[in-house]
Write a protein that binds this ligand. Structure first.
Ligand SMILES: C[S@@+](CC[C@H](N)C(=O)[O-])C[C@H]1O[C@@H](n2cnc3c(N)ncnc32)[C@H](O)[C@@H]1O
Length: 280
């Protein structure tokens, strides 16, 4: 049985706390929050089997393996299937990664490939992702989650940091008409999508959409009741969300170093526990 533990925005307050605690990898912006958040939130023990999905270019798995003595795997296909191989290759050659991180085992495959014979099932105590799940197309997301559930051991935990656009640019609404047609229409659209989107094409642009997606994917196999995520309007007004600075968006987001519309990107934390017994 799965239990939803957290579904909330990553906050600036938490980022500041991680800086105060001098958590390694703490920086600024989304990545500066997400990598240290894994260290901040998870309690690593030497006996644990841990996997980062989509961690091909991150130094965090090696840090965890070396400092906590866990067995750490990375599962990543280096963007081959999503067609993003050239996008990620800016971080270095695939062959170099293993050399740089000798304590990590790399599995070159894609989570969601349910026929994989390389990805172990019922095996991991902790599955985590950092800025990865937003690259999975909506229609493939259910398979990815069903696969992760199979990979996890009973009493295991999934911790995901997922980048997401903050729903509304209220600051762009300059007229009453714009407010009514643009803003209200936008919320209405998401309200309808949250409730009507089929399981095969989930609405993953809001936190509430994510909760609905989990409910539809796992049915009675997940308890989502403990968590009430912030709605789109409150998210738009919340000043405590960590956002990606405009200069990072300008420099790295495609098309890189070209003028483009700036949208506020935040990141949210999704934590799911797999409990061996139904009530605990
Ligand atoms: C933005 S990068 C991840 C960034 C990295 N975690 C970090 O901390 O910098 C996204 C990565 O996820 C991988 N990826 C996307 N979907 C995947 C899947 N279903 N299974 C395995 N890897 C996946 C891509 O190949 C890519 O390397």
């Amino acid at each position: 049985m799965l239990y939803l533990k957290e579904l909330r925005w990553a906050t600036v307050s938490e980022l500041m706390e991680m800086h105060q605690r001098k958590i390694p990898f703490a920086g600024w912006g989304i990545k500066g929050h997400n990598r240290p958040f894994i260290l901040h939130y998870c309690q690593f023990k030497p006996s644990m089997k841990v996997v980062e999905i989509g961690g091909a270019y991150s130094d965090l798995p090696q840090y965890i393996a070396k400092n906590f003595g866990c067995q750490v795997d990375v599962i990543d296909d280096f963007g081959v299937e999503s067609g993003e191989a050239s996008l990620w290759s800016r971080w270095g050659a695939r062959e170099e990664v293993q050399k740089r991180n000798p304590d990590v085992r790399y599995i070159f495959d894609r989570v969601g490939n349910l026929h994989s014979n390389k990805i172990p099932l019922n095996y991991y105590d902790l599955i985590y992702t950092v800025s990865t799940l937003e690259h999975v197309p909506a229609h493939a997301m259910a398979k990815v989650f069903l696969h992760m559930e199979q990979m996890l051991k009973p009493d295991g935990l999934m911790v995901h940091c997922i980048d997401l656009q903050i729903p509304l640019k209220l600051h762009k609404t300059k007229t009453i008409k714009g407010l009514l047609l643009g803003t209200a229409g936008y919320y209405l659209y998401f309200w309808a999508m949250n409730h009507l989107a089929p399981a095969s094409r989930p609405q993953l642009k809001t936190l509430i959409g994510w909760k609905q997606f989990l409910k539809k994917t796992f049915g009675s196999g997940i308890d989502v009741s403990p968590v009430r995520p912030e709605g789109a309007l409150m998210s738009s007004l919340n000043p405590d969300i960590v956002t990606e600075p405009a200069e990072i968006v300008y420099k790295y987001y495609p098309p890189a170093e070209q003028p483009k519309l700036f949208r506020r990107n935040g990141s949210f934390i999704l934590v799911i526990e797999k409990r061996a017994q139904a009530s605990k």
